[in-house]
Design a protein around this ligand. Structure first.
Ligand SMILES: [Zn+2]
Length: 461
């Protein structure tokens, strides 16, 4: 379906209940790339009497309809005509539900994506209280010859649309339409009012289900587009679909930027354990190779060692000892290092690898230990874990264009201690107890490599 084919439509009916009342008139115009290319207009015999108050309102009376076709007679061609565009209408759910019900009566399942000009109007002029079509036409000085006749209303709606397009900048208009498309797909249990205040800046958001069960925590540099984006793709993604079906409540916290959002996300995932955050969910354990100054081989060390000042050098972050040993073993093989000297293999004297020509012989004196150590450390260099380069705690000042306020994130030995909106308050966080967390380590390591590129300023505390 083309995003640029719009079908402006209006139906007149015998009442307001779509399941029981009937359509008496349908008018629609088809607009492609801003040009009206076709028009559909038909009175419909509703197979019942038109109530007097409806005749008064619309001017449509029984005599006018007696020769008109029944819906069943035009259903096929109308369906074909409507099939390639988005339906634009004022209070679109009304027209849509009448059309759906009429098609249902003839055994057809009609579906369309909707753009509701009533909702658009609320968004364009939230300060106004009246958003019915008549009020809008008055406000914008658009004349409709006979209000409440479908043809005139559709033409007026198209004029209104063009007026809006001219009034709004191209970007604002696209953003309005984008919002309208997103809201159209909002989860059934979620009140759209909850999302009204969603900012376009950075932060974290939390989705809750029934009984405030935490479902999902996410982060973005644009909260609004990210949160709404979840519900746009739900028809094509099972996970998003499950989320959209369960979410009942949304909360968010603004942050000073991307770093603050990532740190807070990792923290919230660990404390709330949302059922749909598999990726960051567990407090992961880590192991690393620690090579002390004078040692001839590295030792495995728990990754929490990273939260303490430590001499020597750390190589690699691994999920477990097996992974760590495999990594070291493959480097040894590549470099013809000695697995026995490296501690990967028990025993004394000449190793098996040397016997098959895969070790240069640090185990039997063919190579000096010093030379072997130098080669091994050079090969491991690529895995070197950044040691904490500051004497103690630091405050990372973050400011970003989209954020409403700056923040100071306090970190010691790669452990995130918390954030504050002022430097003075941040200083009090410096003494907080630290616990090492691999996700925070990875996030901080990435951002602190080139702090200025991320708009960050580091101050030692
Ligand atoms: Zn050897």
């Amino acid at each position: 379906m083309s995003e640029t084919t719009l079908i402006f439509a209006d139906v007149e009916t015998t009442g307001t209940r779509a399941t029981r009342d009937r359509i008496t008139e349908i008018v629609a115009i088809k607009v492609i790339d801003g040009q009206v290319v076709d028009r559909w207009s038909s009175l419909i015999y509703p197979e019942c009497k038109v109530p007097a108050q409806i005749t008064q309102l619309t001017g449509i009376h029984d005599d006018m309809l007696s020769d008109a076709p029944r819906f069943a007679q035009i259903a096929e061609s109308l369906r074909e005509w409507l099939s390639d565009g988005q339906l634009v209408a004022h209070n679109a759910r009304f027209d849509y539900s009448f059309l759906r019900n009429e098609f249902k009566r003839v055994g057809q399942d009609y579906r369309a994506s909707l753009i509701c000009t009533l909702r658009l109007s609320r968004r364009i002029a939230p300060q106004e209280r009246q958003h019915n079509l008549k009020a809008l036409l008055n406000r914008y000085g658009i004349s409709a010859v006979r209000h409440h006749r479908a043809g005139d209303d559709v033409d007026a709606l198209w004029s209104l649309w063009q007026t809006w397009q001219i009034e709004q900048s191209g970007e604002a208009w696209q953003s309005l339409l984008g919002d309208e498309r997103r809201y159209r797909t909002l989860p059934a249990h979620l009140d759209s009012a909850q999302l009204e205040g969603l900012p376009n800046g950075p932060g974290v958001y939390l989705f809750y289900g029934h009984n405030r069960l935490p479902l999902y925590v996410g982060k973005s540099i644009n909260l609004r587009s990210r949160v709404l984006g979840h519900f746009q793709r739900d028809h094509e993604d099972d996970k998003e679909m499950r989320l959209a079906q369960q979410v009942q409540h949304v909360e968010w916290e603004e942050t000073a930027g991307d770093l603050g959002a990532q740190l807070r996300e990792a923290q919230l995932v660990k404390t709330l354990m949302p059922i749909m955050n598999r990726q960051l969910r567990k407090q992961r354990k880590l192991t690393t190779w620690h090579w002390e100054e004078a040692a001839d081989h590295p030792e495995l060390l728990n990754g929490s060692a990273l939260s303490q000042p430590i001499g020597g050098t750390l190589y690699g972050l691994f999920h477990n000892a097996r992974e760590a040993k495999n990594a070291l073993r493959s480097i040894a093989e590549e470099q013809q290092l000695c697995p026995r000297v490296l501690g990967l293999e028990k025993g004394k004297g000449r190793c098996f690898a040397n016997q098959v020509g895969k070790c240069r012989g640090a185990c039997n004196g063919q190579e000096t230990i010093a030379e072997h150590t130098q080669r091994a450390q050079a090969a491991l260099k690529q895995l070197q874990v950044n040691v904490w380069p500051w004497p103690g705690s630091i405050a990372i000042e973050e400011r970003s264009a989209g954020a409403t306020a700056p923040a100071w994130h306090v970190v010691r030995q790669w452990c995130y201690l918390g954030s504050s909106s002022s430097f003075n308050k941040a200083q009090t966080l410096a003494e907080s107890p630290a616990s090492f967390d691999v996700d925070s380590y990875r996030i901080l390591n990435r951002f602190l490599r080139y702090p200025e590129q991320h708009g960050l300023t580091v101050t030692t505390l």
